[in-house]
Structures are given as structure tokens and as C-alpha cells.
Design a protein around this ligand. Structure first.
Ligand SMILES: C[S@@+](CC[C@H](N)C(=O)[O-])C[C@H]1O[C@@H](n2cnc3c(N)ncnc32)[C@H](O)[C@@H]1O
Length: 192
């Protein structure tokens, strides 16, 4: 129970830029946020020097989004140069690398065996979680948009984690209802 509380708080922090995180936490179950199901927007980044004496802004320790809708998200583990590279060479993540790493770390700390994500988009955070799940574990990945889900499935394949991901194409409410009908209701605690 204590660990679930920790997860709940961390999830809210992790997704506070959306203002409306969807968090599902249950016994040995970790929920990945669908981050309020807002429309996906692109990120405009500005560089913030952590040290005024630093002559090269590309060498600063973090970047901050200047789009208020994005909540001035700080990416503490990447330099602007590296983050620019990621954005131009990899699909744009809806969550930051830090957030995905935090989720993965929480899954590992809790020893989670069953995870669920409502709103997978192209699968960035679900992939981070699937990568650290043991082979016997399962992530239910729910997404209403077929095209986004195809991208996510491609990356699950490439990363060799498809066998751990139970992809559900459909509306979150329908997927949750079918989980309940399948007798899995007591596995989940839902907070919207
Ligand atoms: C902001 S993106 C999620 C980002 C994702 N968590 C990631 O790590 O990249 C929100 C996604 O939720 C999906 N979505 C919105 N409402 C939904 C619903 N009722 N059921 C299933 N998916 C939904 C959207 O199609 C969109 O792909």
C-alpha cells in the first residue's frame, strides 16, 4: 500500500504538465498516464542556462519548454543539443525521456507485473515500461487511434517486447469494461 502511494504521487508529478493525469494504481499494478487525453501538440524548446557563466548554451544542463501548454517541462538529464537531436531523429515523445525513465524505475522498484496505459499514442512511455518488465509480466496498451497504435506496435517489435504488450485498439472505457468483465476488476484502482 505504501508503495502504491508513492507511485500515485510520482505519477502526478510526472504528468503535471497536462493538469489532468489519468492514474490507475492497484496492488502490484502500475498505471501509465494517458495524460488527460488532450490533443497532441508539438514542443517548442527554449534554452535555459543553469549557469550564467556558461559560454555555450548547448552545454547547459537542462532544457525548458517555453510553451505554457507544455507546463514548462524541465528535462534534467539531457542537454539542449542532445534533446534537439532526439527530436529531429527520433519520433517526438509525448512524455519526456526523464518521465519515461521515472515510470520505468517505478515499475522496477515495485516489481510490477501488470501495467495498463490508457492512451498509448506512438508508445513512447509504454515502450520504456515494457523494456523493464520481466517476460512473465504484461502491459495492457490501449489506444483509440489505429495509426498511432501501428507506430507503437512497430517499436514494440523492434525492441523485442511485443510478447509483453497486450495491445487493445479501442476506447479506454470499453477496454476497462472488458477487463472488468474478464474478472480483473479487483486488480485495478482507477482515479481520473
Ligand atoms: C497525449 S497522447 C498519450 C501519450 C503517451 N502516453 C506517450 O507516452 O507517448 C494521448 C493519446 O490518448 C488517446 N486517447 C484519447 N482519448 C482516448 C480514449 N477515450 N480511449 C483510448 N485512447 C484515447 C489519443 O488518441 C492519444 O494517442
Amino acid at each position: 500500500m505504501a508503495s502504491n502511494s508513492v507511485l500515485y504521487r510520482c505519477s502526478l508529478i510526472s504528468f503535471q504538465y497536462t493538469g489532468a493525469a489519468t492514474v490507475i494504481v492497484g496492488r502490484r499494478t502500475v498505471a501509465i498516464s494517458g495524460n488527460g487525453f488532450r490533443a497532441c501538440t508539438s514542443i517548442r524548446l527554449s534554452r535555459n542556462c543553469c549557469s550564467c557563466s556558461n559560454p555555450n548554451p548547448n552545454d547547459t544542463a537542462f532544457v525548458v519548454a517555453d510553451d505554457e501548454k507544455y507546463g514548462n517541462k524541465q528535462i534534467i538529464s539531457l542537454t539542449p543539443r542532445l534533446y534537439d537531436y532526439i527530436l529531429s531523429n527520433v519520433r517526438e515523445p509525448e512524455v519526456s525521456p526523464d518521465q519515461a525513465q521515472l515510470l520505468a524505475m517505478l515499475v522496477q522498484i515495485l516489481g510490477a507485473k501488470r501495467c495498463i496505459e490508457l492512451g498509448v499514442y506512438t508508445g513512447y512511455s509504454s515502450l520504456a515500461v515494457a523494456l523493464v518488465l520481466p517476460d512473465s509480466a504484461c502491459l495492457v496498451a490501449c489506444e483509440r487511434d489505429a495509426k498511432s497504435l501501428e507506430v507503437a506496435k512497430k517499436y514494440y517489435e523492434l525492441a523485442g517486447v511485443s510478447h509483453k504488450v497486450d495491445v487493445k485498439h479501442g476506447m479506454a472505457a470499453d477496454v476497462l469494461n472488458s477487463l472488468i468483465l474478464n474478472g480483473e476488476s479487483c486488480s485495478f484502482f482507477l482515479q481520473l
